[in-house]
Design a protein around this ligand. Structure first.
Ligand SMILES: [Zn+2]
Length: 62
């Protein structure tokens, strides 16, 4: 399977970085290259998936 690769520098490592957009105060979570900082994606900063797993665990669904 192919490795996720930064299109700018070829690095294989990425990290989450919180920031805001120029016209908004809302927090957004960027996925960026660890080496050059190029943004390769955007995620929900509240991590809804993790919150749903926690709720399922509390409800005894897991
Ligand atoms: Zn890069």
């Amino acid at each position: 399977m192919a490795m996720p690769t930064c299109v700018k520098c070829g690095s294989y490592s990425f990290e989450k970085k919180e920031g805001t957009l120029k016209s908004s105060d809302s927090v957004i979570c960027f996925v960026q290259c660890c080496k050059c900082g190029s943004v390769v994606g955007v995620m929900d900063p509240h991590d809804i998936g993790a919150e749903l797993q926690l709720i399922k665990k509390k409800l005894g669904i897991l």
